[in-house]
Design a protein around this ligand. Structure first.
Ligand code: PLP
Length: 440
C-alpha cells in the first residue's frame, strides 16, 4: 500500500534513472520517453550542463524571498525571456507551474482593467475543448467537461467558443475563409456578452492535451488579433506546452507573427529539472497596475534562484544545440511517418501537429469521423500497450472531453533519426496489437 495518490490508485513502476530520451525503472526496464513526460522534458533528461548550472547555484543560495532580495538568476532569466518575446512584452512574473501562470495572467488583466477605468471587464473567453490548468481560476477557462463538471458550482461560468477543428467540420484548414469562420465566432461571442464586459481571450496557439496538437487554420490567429483589438480585449497566449521550442520556434506565436498581450509558459522552461513558469506581459499592462498600488498577487516560490538558474541553462541548451531547428526538422519527419501509419491503419482518422507537438486521432469511421466507442477507452488502452513495450506516449479524450481519442507523440527536442525509428516501430507494433485486440 502506498501513501501516494494522484488521479487514481494505480501503481506505476518506480523510476530509477533517466538520460537523454530514455528512462529506466527499478527493474532495469528501459522506456523511450516519447512524450517528454507531459511535454515537459524538451532538452532530454539529465543534461550535464543544466545539472552543473544547478549545482553552481546551489553552492551560492537556493532561496531568497522576493520581498527581501532579487537574485542574479531571476534577473538574468527575466532579461533573457524578454529578449525572446516580441518587442514590448518585457515584464516577467515568475511562478512554479502552468496553472499559476494562467491565474497570474487573468489577474493581471483584471487589475489592468481596474487601473484604467474599465472595471466592467471581468470575463475571459476561452475555447472548447481547451486545457489551461486545474486551479479553480484556470479551470473556469478550461473547456474540458470531465475536468470541470464536479467544480462548476464553485466557479464563475466563463464564455466559450469552439476551437477551430476544421478536420471535424470538413473544412479546408489552408483556406483563409476557414480561419475567418472560426475567428468570427469569437467576434460574435464578444458582441453577445457585451464588449465592455470582456477582459481577455485565452488560447493555446497549438492545442495540447485538449485538442491533440490542433494547428490553427490559415488566417485564424491574425483575425483573432484584429477582433481582440477591435473590442479592446486582451489576447493571452497559453504557451505552457508550446513554449520553449516545442513547435519549432521558441514561442509558437512566432509562426503567425501574432503579438499577444500576455504569454504564459511553464513546462519546457524548467524542462523537468525544476518547477518553473512565467507570465510575460506587455509593459503597457503592467505599468498602470504598479502605479495604481501594485499587483495583488504572488507565490512564495516566485523567482526561486535555483529554478531560474536551471531555466537559464535550459534556454542556453535550446540555443546551443539548435533545438528549435531540430524540432522543425524532426517534427516534419515524424508527421510524415505518422501519415504513413495512417495509410496502413484504418483506425487512425487524422494526423496533425507542428514541430514536435504531434498527434494522431483514432476514429471508428473516417468518412463520418465517428469516434471509437467510449467503452473501449482507446486512448488509455493504447498508451498502456505502448508502455508495456517501453514506449511512453500521452493521450486524452479529445472531443469536449467526452468522446474521441488522440495520442500525442512529443519526444524531447533532442531526438535523432534512430530515436524516431524506434518510436515509429513502437507505435506500429502497438497499433497492430491494439487493432487485433478490438477485432477479437
Ligand atoms: N496550460 C496548458 C496549455 C497546459 O497544457 C497545462 C498543463 O498541461 C497547463 C496550462 C497547466 O499547467 P500545470 O499542470 O503546470 O499547472
Amino acid at each position: 500500500m502506498s501513501n501516494l495518490f494522484y488521479q487514481g490508485r494505480g501503481r506505476k513502476p518506480v523510476l530509477e534513472q533517466a538520460r537523454g530520451v530514455y528512462m529506466w525503472d527499478r527493474d532495469g526496464k528501459r522506456y523511450l520517453d516519447g512524450s517528454s513526460g507531459a511535454m515537459v522534458c524538451n532538452i532530454g533528461h539529465s543534461d550535464p550542463n543544466v545539472l552543473a548550472a544547478m549545482r553552481r547555484q546551489m553552492d551560492k543560495a537556493t532561496f531568497g524571498y522576493r520581498l527581501h532580495f532579487e537574485t542574479e538568476a531571476s534577473e538574468r532569466l527575466a532579461a533573457k525571456l524578454a529578449g525572446l518575446c516580441p518587442p514590448g512584452l518585457d515584464r516577467v512574473f515568475f511562478v512554479s507551474g502552468g496553472s499559476e501562470a494562467v491565474e497570474s495572467a487573468m489577474k493581471l488583466a483584471r487589475q489592468h482593467a481596474l487601473a484604467t477605468g474599465q472595471g466592467g471587464r471581468c470575463k475571459v473567453i476561452s475555447r472548447t475543448p481547451s486545457y489551461h490548468g486545474c486551479t479553480l481560476g484556470a479551470l473556469a477557462v478550461t473547456g474540458y467537461a470531465t475536468l470541470t463538471a464536479p467544480f462548476e458550482p464553485m466557479m464563475r461560468d466563463m464564455p466559450k467558443v469552439p476551437a477551430p477543428r476544421a478536420y471535424l467540420d470538413d473544412l479546408n484548414p489552408n483556406d483563409p475563409a476557414t480561419g475567418q469562420y472560426y475567428a468570427d465566432m469569437l467576434d460574435a461571442k464578444i458582441r453577445s456578452e457585451g464588449p465592455d464586459s470582456v477582459l481577455a481571450f485565452i488560447l493555446e496557439p497549438v492545442g495540447g492535451a485538449s485538442t491533440g496538437a490542433l494547428v490553427p487554420p490559415a488566417g485564424y490567429m491574425q483575425r483573432v488579433r484584429e477582433i481582440c483589438d477591435r473590442h479592446g480585449v486582451l489576447l493571452i497566449m497559453d504557451e505552457v506546452m508550446t513554449g520553449a521550442g516545442r513547435t519549432g520556434r521558441f514561442f509558437a506565436a512566432e509562426h503567425w507573427v501574432t503579438r499577444p498581450d500576455i504569454i504564459v509558459m511553464s513546462k519546457g522552461l524548467g524542462a523537468g529539472y525544476v518547477p518553473l513558469g512565467a507570465m510575460i506581459a506587455d509593459a503597457r499592462l503592467v505599468e498602470p497596475v504598479l502605479d495604481a498600488g501594485g499587483f495583488a498577487h504572488g507565490f512564495t516560490y516566485a523567482g526561486n534562484p535555483l529554478a531560474c538558474a536551471a531555466g537559464l541553462a535550459v534556454i542556453d541548451e535550446i540555443e546551443a544545440q539548435g533545438l528549435c531547428r531540430n524540432a522543425t526538422v524532426m517534427g516534419e519527419k515524424l508527421l510524415a511517418r505518422l501519415a504513413g501509419l495512417m495509410q496502413k491503419h484504418e483506425i487512425i482518422g487524422d494526423v496533425r501537429g507542428k514541430g514536435l507537438l504531434c498527434a494522431f486521432e483514432f476514429m471508428a469511421d473516417r468518412d463520418s469521423k465517428a469516434p471509437l466507442p467510449r467503452r473501449l477507452n482507446a486512448y488509455q488502452r493504447f498508451v498502456d500497450i505502448a508502455y508495456g513495450q517501453g514506449l511512453i506516449v500521452y493521450s486524452r479524450r479529445t472531443r469536449d472531453g467526452i468522446e474521441g481519442d488522440h495520442i500525442l507523440v512529443c519526444p524531447p527536442l533532442i531526438v535523432n533519426d534512430t530515436h524516431l525509428d524506434e518510436i515509429v516501430d513502437g507505435l506500429e507494433t502497438s497499433l497492430v496489437h491494439y487493432t487485433d485486440e478490438i477485432a477479437g
